[in-house]
Design a protein around this ligand. Structure first.
Ligand code: ADP
Length: 200
C-alpha cells in the first residue's frame, strides 16, 4: 500500500455502496461521481459481507458508540420524540450499542460494493462527495443529499439504522485500517489515469 501512496498528498480511501444504494441501482451514479471528480478507482468488487467483517469494520469503543447515541438523542429532541418512551433509555452509550446492532443487521441484509479510491486528499474528497451522515442534514449536490431521505429519529422508531447509501472512511488512519480489512493486496491495482499528467 505504501507504494500506492508515494506522493505525500496521494491517499487511498474506502467507499462502500451500502445495500440500499445497490438495491436502488445507484452504484453506477456513485462511481460516476467519484470518477468525474478526478479520483481514481483502484479496487472494485461486489460482495455479500459477513457479520464478523462488519463487526471488525465499525468501531466499538465507548466514544464512538456514545457519539452515535447522541445523534439519535439530538434528532429525537429536534423532532419532539420521547427517547425514553420509544427506546427505553436516554443513555447515549446504550442507544449507540443498539444502533450498532441495527447497523450490522442492515449492512448484512444484501450485497454491497466495496471501492478503493485513490487521489489527492482522497479521504476528505470522498467524505465531501458522500455528504453528512444524516440525509436530512446532507447538502444538495452530495450523494446522500441528492438521493436519500432519512433521519435517526425515523430510523430508530423502526429499530433500524439510517439508510444513507454509502460509507466513506473518515480519516487517513481509518482508511488504512478499512482497506486492509476489505481488500487483499492483489485486489488493488496500479495505473495512471490519462489526465494525471495534465492535472497534477
Ligand atoms: P458516517 O457513516 O457518516 O461516517 P457514523 O460513523 O457516525 O457516520 O455512523 C455509521 C453509520 O451508522 C451511519 O452512516 C448510519 O448509517 C448509521 N448511524 C449512525 N448514527 C445513527 C443513529 N443515531 N441512528 C441510526 N443509524 C445511525
Amino acid at each position: 500500500m505504501s507504494d500506492m501512496n508515494s506522493h505525500p498528498k496521494q491517499e487511498t480511501t474506502l467507499l462502500l455502496v451500502k445495500p440500499d444504494g445497490v438495491k436502488r441501482g445507484l452504484t453506477g451514479e456513485i462511481l460516476r461521481r467519484i470518477e468525474l471528480r478526478g479520483l481514481k478507482i483502484v479496487g472494485l468488487t461486489m460482495i455479500t459481507p459477513k457479520r464478523d467483517e462488519l463487526d471488525n469494520h465499525y468501531p466499538n469503543d465507548d466514544g464512538w458508540l456514545t457519539r452515535v447515541g447522541e445523534k439519535t438523542l439530538s434528532t429525537y429532541e429536534k423532532y419532539g420524540y420521547d427517547a425514553e418512551k420509544e427506546l427505553g433509555t436516554t443513555n447515549p452509550l446504550k442507544i449507540g450499542k443498539e444502533v450498532r446492532t441495527w447497523l450490522l443487521d442492515f449492512m448484512t441484509s444484501g450485497p454491497i460494493v466495496k471501492v478503493a479510491i485513490q487521489g489527492i486528499h482522497a479521504v476528505e474528497m470522498v467524505r465531501k462527495l458522500v455528504g453528512a451522515t444524516m440525509p436530512s442534514a446532507a447538502e444538495m449536490g452530495t450523494i446522500r443529499g441528492d438521493f436519500s431521505v432519512d433521519s435517526a429519529a425515523a430510523a430508530n422508531r423502526d429499530k433500524r439504522s439510517v439508510h444513507n447509501l454509502a460509507h466513506a472512511s473518515e480519516t487517513v488512519e481509518e482508511a488504512k485500517k478499512e482497506l486492509m480489512l476489505w481488500f487483499a493486496a492483489n485486489e488493488l491495482h496500479d495505473y495512471k489515469r490519462a489526465e494525471e499528467d495534465i492535472m497534477f
